[in-house]
Design a protein around this ligand. Sequence first.
Ligand code: GLY
Length: 344
Amino acid sequence: MFNRRKFIKASAVSTAMLAVTKTSFANNISNVSSDAINKPIVISTWDFGVAANADAWKVLKNNGRALDAVEQGVWVPEADESNQSVGYGGLPDRDGKVTLDACIMDENGNIGAVLALEHIKHPISVARKVMEKTPHVMLAGDGALQFALEQGFKKENLLTPSSEKAWKEWLKEAKYQPVMNIENKLYDKVAPQKLPGNQYNHDTIGMIAMDVKGNLSGACTTSGMAYKLHGRIGDSPIIGAGLFIDNEVGGATSTGVGEEVVRNVGSFLVVELMRQGYSPEEACKEAVMRIIKKKPETAKNIQVGFLAMNKKGEYGAYAIQQGFTFAVCDTKKQDLVIKGKSYY
Ligand code: GLY
């Protein structure tokens, strides 16, 4: 049963924290000297964020732009066929189609997104083209594919033999019921030997970077919920839900069951809480508590995690369930994996 006492206690703590740290972040940051800011830095969701951060770091350490860093960083899981929740090799929808969602946001508030894009290995780069080459912010389905092909992207089959096998296995029961950490169950059944450690315990990649100039950008990309209804869109390509950047304050991204993140406009909420003076972890926690408060019974059986960074280069995360990890790469350490705190 939902632990009301624990929730009331947590809410009271959050409210008290807000009272204590009432000074807005914008006032606060103006007093921080540039040397005291932890930059450059890149953070991203899950253990696989380490490899993604490493490529983002190549851009950041050479004084590159955060926008280029996040795009190139998330190319790594998008191209990794063993990763069944992002890009090429992602698990298909219930009709056997791999449909990808991605969005990107820069330091000037520019945004681009693609929804349910098929046949293109790097949806994040199509999202960037939407942002930079069109007057629009989102393209979906066939229109997104047509645009990608016009921009010179290659049409490819994204359904790998391993993901097809897993889908066919699922079809035997075809239970349309999202399962938390479905990857664990699939690999237990289909290919446990393929992935070491808990590499499979993952979902979307969300990445936030701050470059040497102190500018922020973010990217979020996923193949979405495995065996979803064809056309289903989660939080990942929705600016404000799966990702939000405000160059005055910070950035946030999410992972897990996208429907609950969309309901709460999660990443925007996290950034606004940081603006009010919450630390990144406190802001992520408050966003998680909103989900739990609205739907306590649902929340018991799903995972949602938020990851955030503020303009000082401080970062934090919070999830509903245990098991959420995130990767950090800055001047001190390039391969740090941190276990996010959780409600349960
Ligand atoms: N967070 C990924 C999704 O729900 O599609």
